[in-house]
Write a protein that binds this ligand. Structure first.
Ligand SMILES: C[S@@+](CC[C@H](N)C(=O)[O-])C[C@H]1O[C@@H](n2cnc3c(N)ncnc32)[C@H](O)[C@@H]1O
Length: 249
């Protein structure tokens, strides 16, 4: 298994250094308390969310495609003596010997799944692994038209972080180009190190709100909540996120 199509996940230390996001962790802890364990996180990365949930004593499994990110996740969990099952695998085809009360795909990870056929394979396997009354939570960005309409030649700042190998500051900038007919946002991420610049290309599938609602409906999920933010406020025109909480119809 490799991450050649997702080169931004090349290194767990770098991932942890640039991922400052914490706003979603209390939300997922709350959902686990509400719906119960065992829990499965698809696309768990370095365990940014998995580990805080395990710390609260819940039974959680993390599955990810990136060996590099999983290595970092395992190392962090072992340091804390947390019993987490880590699986190197692809959410587009997985088979585990367990069913779950909660399965979630956080941090817009589902937008790495580029075709409907692949997404429907994820959905099928998720349904196979859900307990009868289990829940499935998936997050998508609410498309930002300013980003989609950008000039592809313009370079924009994404973030800056401290190089984990002590090489000073790394600034990530990006150029984006939106392929309207396919609803694909193509990104070039530039890692600007003090002495060099490394380019990583990746693509994100853009999902407009009504298609999100429909793809769950027509894949036999019943949406119970659609939140617009991690405070569980309802999804509206100005929401940054589309957070779907559903069960099997
Ligand atoms: C945005 S990161 C999220 C990581 C972690 N959940 C977090 O919130 O920090 C997306 C993760 O999904 C993983 N991923 C992408 N496509 C995948 C697939 N088809 N199967 C499993 N993991 C995948 C990547 O390797 C990466 O670790």
């Amino acid at each position: 298994m490799n991450t050649k199509d997702l080169p931004i996940y090349f290194d767990g230390e770098h991932y942890d250094a640039w991922t400052e996001r914490e706003v979603d962790i209390p939300f997922y802890k709350k959902q686990v308390k509400k719906y119960g364990d065992p829990v499965l996180e698809l696309g768990c990365g370095t365990g940014r969310i998995t580990i805080p949930i395990a710390r609260e004593g819940f039974d959680i499994t993390g599955l990810d495609l990136s060996r590099e990110l999983l290595r970092r996740a395992k190392e962090k969990a072992e340091k804390e003596e947390l019993d987490i099952r880590w699986i190197e695998g692809d959410m587009r085809k997985f088979s585990l010997d367990q069913d779950f009360n909660l399965i979630f795909v956080p941090f817009n990870t589902i937008q790495h799944i580029l075709s409907l056929e692949e997404l429907e394979r994820v959905f099928e396997d998720v349904k196979q692994h859900m307990k009868t009354d289990g829940r499935f939570i998936v997050e998508f960005f609410n498309p930002d038209l300013d980003i989609l309409n950008r000039d592809p030649q313009e370079e924009h700042e994404v973030m800056e972080y401290e190089d984990p190998n002590g090489e000073g500051k790394v600034k990530i900038t990006e150029k984006t180009s939106y392929e309207k007919a396919k609803q694909m946002l193509h990104l070039n991420w530039f890692y600007n190190f003090e002495d060099r610049r490394v380019t990583k290309e990746w693509t994100s599938r853009i999902w407009f709100p009504k298609e999100v609602d429909e793809v769950f409906k027509y894949n036999d999920f019943e949406t119970e909540h659609k939140y617009g933010d991690f405070d569980e406020s309802p999804f509206t025109n100005n929401s940054g996120q589309q957070i779907v909480v559903c069960k099997k119809a």
